[in-house]
Design a protein around this ligand. Structure first.
Ligand code: NAP
Length: 451
């Protein structure tokens, strides 16, 4: 090929940015990379998923941002693939397409009352407190000031994030980039009790120790663990012996068990062997029915039939993220991922030339941000190995693609546009002596992009 290989990356979260980095950091194949995103701003879950009070993890965006400075890499924001431009059309403008659009939807509990008012997905709550433009602001502004007891279902890191945000004082969150309306609403929260429910035992919880420990270090919240629920069977003991991370978790939880409340105004009840079986209420959720479970000796649990109830006027379902299908792209509806072979997208067992996948939509919603670096590099290695045999796109130039989007009247936010938003957010933050404040409104983001 006499020209640079044109590559479209669909999704500018960590896996998309790491894929762009892997492409731009090699010399074997000259590349020209457009990173597309439906949102006017880049970085996906680093911006809209990582908890705003986790400043060091959030600073990953500075690393991702540097990729946009690399020659040949462009950000093309506010362009939704599947709506503004179809996947089949991308093949006219790009020699290769990498799908890195993640897993942004919530998994369901499948229990009675799940859709009652006051029962929300953690994905939606997180999107709201991170200032996502599509977040349902009215719902959270109504629910939080009128709730006193919250149940968070799940014991992963997202459940810990959500519980910590609900339990922290606004003083503890004031330095973050949360939009002001989020801080104001959290300040009006009446929540005194947060019940975190793990359906299995402490050895099976998926949170990490650093995140777990933070729950015991909050200014206004005690952590309460029932020693009777810190039960390890032989399988759990074996896990503790073989896995240092599990051992550390169990150690921290044991340290809390039996420690009574110290009189702080809020309490986090960290529960195990407790699975929700129904939500009930009137016009809004009021109660969660919980069945006690027991370990079955092989890492799972079985129900005991012993039921109890927890008062709850807010239920946050934090049982994992879920990937969704993109029109025209193969999708495995069982595991909610794009089927692939070594990062090459596969339809009915056959590789589709020029289509690749990386990140959560490739392997499911697991791992830390850094996991995506290796994962994206592996998919890019497959792409580069194929470079000589890829079908060449007929309109493979930046000018042709820009003309297509322009002709459709799309207000594209490019890298300079994002830099302008970035500067506006820093200015907004400086007004209140913060590093930055997230602009949550889409129109304001688009306006800031052209300032
Ligand atoms: P996760 O770690 O998979 O946790 C999901 C939790 O939901 C598990 O406790 C699971 O229990 C529970 N669950 C699933 N179905 C359930 C049901 N029907 N009833 C009751 N409980 C149910 O997912 P996540 O917390 O959404 O996190 C996603 C990924 O992002 C993880 O890799 C996580 O580490 C990462 N993340 C990292 C950070 C950080 O590093 N600070 C922050 C946020 C997220 P079972 O195990 O019994 O299925």
């Amino acid at each position: 090929m006499t020209r640079a290989l044109r590559v479209a990356i669909v999704g500018s979260g960590p896996s998309g940015m790491y894929a762009a980095d892997a492409l731009a950091s090699q010399d074997d194949v000259p590349v020209s990379v457009d990173v597309l995103d439906a949102l006017p701003v880049p970085f996906g879950l680093v911006r809209y998923g990582v908890a705003p009070d986790h400043l060091s993890i959030r600073s990953v965006r500075d690393t991702l941002d540097k990729v946009l400075d690399k020659p040949g890499v462009r950000f093309i924001g506010n362009v939704e693939v599947g709506r503004d431009v179809q996947v089949a059309e991308l093949h006219d403008y790009f020699d290769a397409v990498i799908f890195t659009y993640g897993a942004s939807r919530d998994r369901r509990l499948g229990i009675e009352g799940e859709d009652l008012d006051g029962s929300v997905a953690a994905t939606d709550f997180v999107a709201w407190y991170c200032g996502h433009p599509d977040a349902d602001r009215a719902t959270f502004e109504r629910l939080l000031p009128s709730a006193t007891s919250a149940v968070v279902v799940g014991v992963g890191n997202v459940a810990v994030d959500v519980s910590r945000v609900l339990a922290k004082t606004v003083d503890e969150l004031g330095h973050t980039d949360m939009p002001q309306h989020v801080l104001d609403t959290l300040a009006r929260s009446q929540i005194t009790d947060i019940h975190i429910l793990g359906r299995r035992g402490p050895a099976q919880a998926t949170f990490t120790t650093k995140e777990l420990r933070e729950l015991g270090e909050l200014a206004d919240a005690d952590i309460i663990v029932d020693p009777n629920e810190v039960v390890l069977d032989a399988a759990s003991e074996a896990l503790v012996a073989s896995d240092k991370a599990v051992a550390r978790n169990v150690d921290v939880i044991r340290g809390w068990a039996g420690r009574g409340p110290t009189g702080k105004p809020r309490r986090i009840h960290l529960r195990f062997l407790a699975r929700p079986v129904a939500l009930s209420g009137d016009e809004r959720v009021r109660e969660v029915t919980v069945e006690a479970t027991e370990l079955d000796g092989s890492g799972g649990v079985r129900g005991t039939g012993r039921m109890s109830t927890i008062p709850a006027d807010l239920v946050v379902r934090s049982v994992g993220y879920r990937g969704t299908a993109l029109p025209g792209v193969p999708f495995d509806a069982q595991s909610n991922v794009i089927p692939h072979h070594e990062g090459r997208v596969v339809r009915d067992g056959t590789v589709i030339p020029g289509e690749y996948v990386a990140g959560w939509i490739k392997r499911g919603p697991t791992g830390i941000i850094g996991t995506n670096k290796k994962d994206a590099a592996a998919s890019v290695a497959s792409l580069l190995a194929d470079a000589g045999t890829l079908p060449q796109a007929p309109h493979a130039s930046v000018e042709a693609f820009d003309a297509l989007l322009d002709g459709r009247g799309i207000h594209v936010v490019d890298t300079p546009g994002w830099r302008s938003i970035d500067a506006a957010e820093r200015r907004l933050g400086a007004e209140r002596e913060r590093d930055r404040t997230t602009i949550h409104d889409r129109d304001h983001l688009l306006a800031a992009a052209t300032e």
